[in-house]
Ligand binder design. Structure first.
Ligand SMILES: Nc1ncnc2c1ncn2[C@@H]1O[C@H](COP(=O)(O)OP(=O)(O)O)[C@@H](O)[C@H]1O
Ligand SMILES: [Mg+2]
Length: 219
């Protein structure tokens, strides 16, 4: 289960004041659940996912993910949590352009302590329509192909928490919906938590639960 209470994230605004980037009074998601995180641009969706992943320490509040109490972890333990448990599909693919597709995926796996066989990687690539592209350099792929590799880079870790930040924003409708199909299939198979930030109506419609970070409430 994920449970969050009184989560607040403030940033300095440059004038010595604080800017409230995120306020989540209460949020919960049952084991293996999935939810869309929505709200207009600037309302705190990315900040929320950063807090959940342990990338960002909130100003105050409590985040529990399964038996992990994030605020009790030291920075090193938070890194360990991220490496072992979290798969993050960032808004931009952020592949390492000097590495091949396979190397990008292997690097991510190794950070989670996994050493997948070539077969596992080629099977995953086929599933997302990128068969035979193992040795292609990251920036020799189209935007849609890069985003699919970025999804594989997240799932090769076998995460129990999969976070996706506006994963369809840079994709055309067909590629966007194809990526969502893959993500939802993975979630079903793995039974992991899936939180997806978006304001894309077509993506929102595919999720049973929606949480609006601007309202600080489930819709
Ligand atoms: N590192 C940061 N420093 C200062 N302000 C930030 C930082 N990151 C985000 N913000 C501010 O926090 C608010 C929420 O941002 P963000 O979480 O990126 O929103 P969203 O993803 O919904 O567009 C915005 O006002 C943004 O300008
Ligand atoms: Mg964002």
């Amino acid at each position: 289960m994920i449970t969050i209470q009184n989560l607040i994230c403030d940033f300095p605004d440059g004038d010595g004041k604080k800017l409230r980037a995120l306020s989540v009074p209460s949020f919960s998601l049952k084991e293996g659940g999935m939810a869309v995180i929505t709200g207009p641009s600037g309302s705190g969706k990315t900040t929320f996912l950063h807090c959940l992943s342990g990338l960002l320490t909130p100003s105050c509040g409590d985040i529990r993910i399964g038996d992990v109490h994030l605020s009790d972890l030291s920075p090193a333990q938070r890194c360990g949590f991220r490496a072992a448990k979290v798969g993050y599909v960032f808004q931009k693919p952020l592949l390492l352009s000097f590495l091949t597709v396979k190397e990008n995926i292997l690097l991510s796996a190794s950070l989670a302590g996994r050493r997948p066989e070539d077969r596992e990687i080629s099977d995953l690539l086929s599933r997302v329509g990128l068969e035979g592209l193992e040795d292609r350099k990251g920036d020799w792929l189209s935007g849609g192909q890069q985003q699919r590799v970025s999804f594989l880079r997240a799932v090769i870790r076998k995460p129990s928490l999969l976070l996706a930040d506006e994963p369809t924003a840079a994709l055309d409708e067909e590629n966007g919906m194809r990526l969502m199909d893959m993500m939802l299939d993975y979630q079903k198979e793995a039974g992991c938590f899936l939180l997806c930030a978006t304001h894309d109506k077509r993506v929102m419609d595919r999720f049973p639960v929606r949480y609006d970070v601007q309202k600080g409430a489930f819709l």
